[in-house]
Structures are given as C-alpha cells and as structure tokens.
Design a protein around this ligand. Structure first.
Ligand code: NAD
Ligand code: G6P
Ligand code: MN
Length: 445
C-alpha cells in the first residue's frame, strides 16, 4: 500500500491536534510516511508541533515529522495539503464580529460584513498556499477548510481555475451526524443525502440510509420541535442556541432541512439583538477551544508523554481524512464539496460555487444533479451569490464601490448608509491585510 505525505498548512490551528489524532487512528486504511506542519507564525505553531512530535513518537515513530515556516521545506514532496489558515488570526476575527455589532448588525465569522472582511483577508493567503503547492508538489491536492469557504472558493475558481483545490465545510457533516443519531445510526456517512446551496447557506432535500430508505419522516417532527439540539451533548451556549434555532428556519420550509447558518439571514434582527457586542464568539473560542488546545499541548510537551492525552478524532477531522482517502484510493464516495455549479442546480447561476453532493475519486469531485430549486431558496441564493461575487470583484479590482455594493446587498445589512459606516471601519481595521481600495471618483465622501 502506498504511504502518503501530508502537510497541514496553518499548523498552528486549534484543529491540528484533532487531525493528527484522526490520521493516526486510520493508518491501516490511509497509511502515511510523512507529516509536516507549515505556518507563517513559527511561535504559535511551535506549541502545537512540540506536542504533535511527542504524540507521533509514541504512536507512530516511523512517520517523519517536520514543522517549518519555510514554504519550500513545507510543500516539497507532499501528496495532500490540508489547509486551515486564518489570516489575521483571532485578533482580526474579533474585529470582524465587533465592528458590525457597533451598528446593530450581526457580527459573525463567515456571514455578513464580518465574513466579507475575512474573505478579503483570506483570498491572498489561500492563493499563496496554492502557489507553494503548485511550485513544490505540482501533483498534490489541496483540501481547503480556510474560511470564508464560499468567498475563497469563488476566488480560487476565478484566479486558479486549473488547480487541484477542493473547498470544504464541516457544518453539514456535523448536522448529519446529529441526523444519523436521531435516525438510530452512528456516523454522518451512514446517510446518503441530497443537498443544495452555497457554503453556510443550504438545504437538505433528501436524507436516506444506505439501503435507500427515506429517513426524513422519522426525524422531521424532532427537528420541527428541537432543531438539531440533541440531549446530553456537552456544548457551548452559543452552539446550543444555534442548533436550537434550526427549528425556526425549518418552519420556513417544512420540506427541506436547513443549514444552521441560515439563522443569520432569516432571523437577522433576533440574532443581532442576542449578540453581546463586548463578548462575541471569538472571546468564547479563546476562552474555550484555544485555551484547551494550547494548554493541553504545553502539558504534553512538558511531560514528554501522552499519558492522559485529551485530544480525540472529531467530525471535522474525520471528514478531511475521509475526503483524502476518497482521492487517494479512487473510492467514488459521495461527499459534499463546494464546486462550480455548471448545471448541478439547474435553475441557478452556472458559475456560482455551490455546495452539492459529488462523487469523489482520484480525479476529484464529479457533481450530482440536484435539479430545480424552489422560488424561496432561489431568491435568497441569487442575492447571496451576488454578495460573494462582488466581494471577489472588489479584491481583484481593488474597488471600494464593489465592496460597498457587496455589504449593501447582504441580507444581514439594513441599508447602504449602514453598510458604508461598517465598511469604512472595516477598511481602517484591515489596512495591513486588504488590498488598498480605490474610490471611484463618483463615490461621495
Ligand atoms: P487558528 O487561528 O487557531 O489557526 C490558524 C493558523 O493559520 C494560525 O496558526 C495562523 O498563524 C495561521 N496562518 C494565518 N495566515 C497564514 C498564512 N498566510 N500562511 C500560513 N499560516 C497562516 O484558527 P482556527 O480556529 O483553528 O481555524 C483555522 C481555519 O479553519 C480558519 O480559517 C477557520 O475559519 C477554518 N475552519 C473552517 C471550517 C469549515 O467548515 N470550512 C471549520 C472549522 C474551521
Ligand atoms: C463550523 C463551520 C466553520 C466555522 C466553525 C466556527 O464548524 O462549518 O466554517 O469556522 O463552525 O466555529 P468556532 O467554534 O470557531 O466558532
Ligand atoms: Mn464551514
């Protein structure tokens, strides 16, 4: 069996130890000979890398482990690039969330003005990773989790059309894991689904087991009453609220199960009013996941032992490893990937980057036809895809006007005046990251 070489780009991410644990768990079905971590922040990555070194030494000493900030060392001789960078890190996510909230608009990592701001930072970083891959390992595949996946996917479609880049999301996987449990099954992969939408903006139209039985009737009453909130799960208050809110978005179309992120577009006022402008999700992540991951890594490195190791495989890491396997072994597994529409959603923009089920093999994903979608979803999707395309236009053309239009068109923003105020604050906050935007002579100060 061929053994693979992998680089995790954004090695200092809070998700790295989980991915390492999953890779180790599946070595018998996905053998690896080399694992590299690459990050442009050596100090942050070192904390994670020092722990990963101990974990690998204890569990799989044959794997060659490298942690580096040098692109050539990181990207040479790899088969897969698992990308999960956050350009601007949590310090900038904090601004993405808090600036819109100053004006009563939801502040969210990937949705609304915060997501657009993050998009304009991410595009350059993700293109840089793709360029390193193509220079040093031209046959490799890049599996990209770096957010905001929809804007990043539109940028890679346009600016690197022939690259082997797959943009992916773990949210449908996490929700399907819950659907599977509700139906008495175990794993997200025990389901076969039909799904359409943009990233963080989609609906399930069919949920079946592997024998083809329709599971929707079995789980719909529960979802109508509780959303995707399952008893006995240990999760943070904001995620509890999010999974519970799905019952309200489901009420708008009781024939299709909604993605949780639709809450920000369909209950915009409620969501904004229930966010604390002084303590947003970034604060929660820093106090929760980041603190846990970094302190656990420091503990392991200090003791040079994996005794009492608390890291475990999770949905997020299972999905990227399953996807790598599908490519490595040409399994033709059915998985959700963000791809150019090109007819998959028949009555929708052919060049939109849509999230749909694909058959994944050695040559990448082949989209499955989802047919026509209803008026309600089509209207919402048309608006949102325009926001995402305008954001990418703004990055490419350095256009203030296009970015103002993107914010104004977002369903989360009440009008153009509010959009302009938020935009002007975002321009100032992002000056180290965004291209310098040119103001059209006709835009009034
Ligand atoms: P994090 O800040 O802990 O980690 C990101 C790492 O990227 C940091 O170590 C940072 O130094 C590094 N980085 C930033 N710019 C870089 C560059 N240009 N080159 C190399 N490294 C760079 O963030 P996190 O919370 O662990 O999330 C990581 C990423 O994964 C984010 O983009 C997040 O949005 C994304 N994510 C996506 C999904 C999905 O469904 N697509 C799910 C979870 C997380
Ligand atoms: C889900 C989404 C990701 C997003 C993450 C945020 O997993 O699919 O795209 O990055 O949630 O989680 P966090 O815990 O960082 O708020
Ligand atoms: Mn996602």
């Amino acid at each position: 069996m061929k053994k693979f070489s992998i680089v995790i780009a954004g090695g200092g991410s809070t998700y790295t130890p989980g991915i390492v644990m999953t890779l180790l768990k599946h070595l018998d079905r996905f053998p690896i000979r080399q694992l590299k971590l690459y990050d442009n922040d050596g100090a942050r990555q070192k904390v994670i890398a020092d722990a990963c070194e101990v974990i690998l030494r204890e569990k799989a000493p044959d794997i060659n482990f490298v942690a580096t900030t040098d692109p050539e060392e990181g990207f040479t001789d790899v088969d897969f690039v698992m990308a999960q960078i956050r350009v601007g890190k949590y310090a900038m996510r904090d601004k993405d969330e808090k600036i819109p909230l100053k004006y009563g608009v939801i502040g969210q990592e990937t949705c609304g003005p915060g997501g657009i701001a993050y998009g304009l930072r991410s595009i350059g970083g993700v293109l840089e990773i793709a360029n390193y891959m193509e220079k040093y390992s031209p046959n490799a595949w890049m599996l990209n989790y770096s957010n905001p996946a929809s804007i990043v996917a539109e940028a890679t479609r346009r600016l690197k059309p022939n690259s082997k880049i797959l943009n992916i999301c773990d949210m449908p996987v996490g929700i399907q894991e819950r659907m599977a449990k509700l139906a008495g099954l175990n794993y997200y992969n025990d389901l076969e689904v039909r799904y359409f939408g943009l990233n963080h903006f989609g609906w399930w139209t069919a949920v079946r087991d592997k024998q083809g039985n329709d599971l929707m009737p079995k789980i719909r009453d529960y979802i109508a009453e509780h959303g995707y909130l399952l008893p006995g799960m240990n999760e943070e208050p904001s995620w509890k609220a999010t999974f519970g809110m799905a019952k309200n978005t489901f009420a708008l179309d009781p024939d299709r199960f909604p993605n949780t992120y639709l809450q920000y577009y369909l209950y915009t006022k409620f969501e904004a009013e229930h966010m604390d402008p002084n303590h947003t999700r970034t604060d929660e992540v820093r106090e929760g996941r980041e603190k846990f991951v970094f302190s656990e890594c420091r503990r392991i490195a200090k003791s040079q032992s994996i005794e009492g190791l608390k890291f475990e495989p999770d949905d997020h890491s299972n999905y990227i490893v399953d996807l790598s396997r599908a490519i490595a072994y040409n399994t033709h597994e059915r998985m959700l990937v963000i791809v150019e529409n090109n007819g998959a959603v028949a009555n929708f923009e052919p060049t939109a980057m849509v999230e749909v089920p694909c058959v994944v093999g050695a040559n990448g994903p082949e989209r499955l036809a989802m047919g026509d979608i209803p008026r309600f979803q089509k209207g919402l999707l048309e608006q949102q895809v325009a926001v995402e395309k305008l954001a990418v236009d703004a990055w490419v053309e350095h256009s203030y006007l296009k970015l103002w239009q993107a914010l104004t068109l977002s369903h989360t923003v009440p009008d153009a005046a509010v959009a302009k105020k938020i935009l002007d604050d975002l321009v100032e906050a992002n000056k180290d990251f965004w291209p310098e935007l040119k103001k059209d002579a006709k835009v009034k100060e």
